[in-house]
Design a protein around this ligand. Sequence first.
Ligand code: ATP
Ligand code: MG
Length: 415
Amino acid sequence: MKYDHILVRYGELGLKGKNQKQFLKTLVNNMRRQVEREIGKRPDVIREQGRLSIPLKGQPPQPFYPALDRVFGISTYSPVMTTSLDPADIQAAVLSELAQVPLEGKTFRVSVRRANKRFPIRSMDFQLQLAEAILAKYPQLVPNLTNYDLEISVDIRFEQAHIFLEKRPGLGGLPLGTGGRAELLLSGGIDSPVAGWLMMRRGVVVEGLHFHSYPYTSKQAEEKVLHLAEKMAAYSGHIDLHLVPFTPIQEAIGANCHSNIRITLMRRIMLRIAEQIADLRHAKALVTGDNIGQVASQTIESLYAINEVTTMPVLRPLLTYDKVDTVKIAKAIDTYETSVLPYEDCCTVFVPKEPKTKPKRHECAREEGRIEGLDELIRQAIEGTETVRCFANGSQPPKRAKLMDLIAAKDEDNG
Ligand code: ATP
Ligand code: MG
């Protein structure tokens, strides 16, 4: 059988009016970009009532699948064959399509939907008729309406009939770009890339922010984070990653502050810097891979102490996740293998033997007070930040610039 288009279904039926228009426009653009990235050509995307269609123009559908599997906002999609409205035509198409599929011992059902009520046979009757024809030709199949391996769908439209056997799951969520912008605190671990990806699935454009302690941490540790950003960029085309030099601040913490509270202080200072960079980049939220109770810095008490320093929303999409569920997503989005490579985190370099699980806000403030010129250290860290544009799976080499140069250039652009 020859498929002539891919039918794309989207969810989020709750959207109304202007939101829905924006949703669709962004979804169509994102689909076209991802397909172009995959097969080198921008496809047409046609809007139909409540769904989208990609004409195949003689190409097979399979090369489109990896692209569609990277587009947020798609609920399911199907390669579809079109026939005339002649019932004999439809039946012949169904039978010939089934010849392409392994059928032995499989259960099946036929589902007919009739948008066109002028079609001469009622849906239920046509379903039965098609099922009988199928069984006559393929007796190895077993009909089962509720528990089926194979669903043969026939959609009776006004001019034509559509036939499909497959309903492939999409990523769900909202089209990337419909949800604003956020700064993701991206370590080299398993959790933060997954947290960022989950935000992207809600339509949020994510930028990465990585604190490194070069030369205490190696250049390989930085490479690893770039690599993670490139993996995430498969879903967006590119991701901007800010590399913040954190060494002087860590040394100042190490020299001045009680060891059992250092992790908490590092996190507080990370959030302060992240908030300032978010402001510069017009991002309205921060994202972390925090997970309740995983480690000392992630108890409710320490989140309370850490969060004090910012009024910006700090989104923690993994807060309630079990590790196995996070790992499952990390594997599905292909960040896992990179995340588990050994590397030194800036926090493990200066890690205390026994971090406090219940740091107090007033203790944090007191210990921070011992660091002379903290605001200036923060300013220097931002001044020294390098912004690296990372492209989907390394399809282009990363582009490096100074964060402040980018900001200055933008200001100039805006007059
Ligand atoms: P991950 O697997 O993301 O590293 P984790 O479970 O190991 O998370 P922590 O190492 O305590 O937890 O870090 C908690 C969160 O703080 C991370 O998910 C990340 O968002 C942020 N974070 C930690 N270290 C850094 C860093 N060097 N640069 C940027 N963000 C960081
Ligand atoms: Mg970590």
